[in-house]
Design a protein around this ligand. Sequence first.
Ligand code: DC
Length: 236
Amino acid sequence: MTGQQAVGSVGQRREQGPIITIDGPAGVGKSTIAKQLASRLGYQYLDTGALYRAVAWKVRASDVDPADHRTVTKLLPETRITLEQSEDGVRVLVDAQDVTREIRTQEISEIASVVSAIPAVRQWLLPIQRQAAASGGVVAEGRDLGTHVFPEADVKFFLEADVDVRAVRRHDQLQAAGHVASLTQTQEQIKARDLRDQARAVAPLVAAADARLINTSALGVEAVVEQMMAVIASKL
Ligand code: DC
């Protein structure tokens, strides 16, 4: 039985199929893996990190200190974030401005990590994430999807990888996107972000009890996606 057949026969609860979550730290291969899995299954890809990055972009554009909870919180009601499916992937709009590329810089990564620790930001993004996945048939990637955003997800994965492996991957990604960063700098930034993501009081980065753990240090994207397809076929 293929994953698609398996999924088609079970996604009764939601119109277009199940919700599959992929959580894990930065540089673990989540985005590439989630996109490929979504494409294999014919599902929508939901990048929840892009939403935190969109908030970070707004904070920066408004010249607000990301650590200033009160002022960041005040910005939220006047912010409109839209994810648009397009030919070349998902486009991210903030207040109707296309910020798809701008949210991928190292600076926005840092600001996103800081604002994602603000409880009001996480709370504000909850309905946006749930709405985006409401009809099902979604592969969603993030940090707290299996634990907080979609505790009822049909299949949950948590990806892990050694920090050095993750730094090299992130560095390659940044270079491919035309951004300049040294490997040591990337390594330090990943460690700092890991700490912040794991230590925050609200929805810290942790695997859901019912998530399938996959260590991607020595595995290529294809191998991980194959493992996931097998898990999905066995669960659905
Ligand atoms: O996956 P990413 O690097 O695009 O995520 C950007 C930031 O947003 C990162 O610091 C973690 C945070 N994030 C989060 O706290 N919860 C999510 N579900 C997704 C991302």
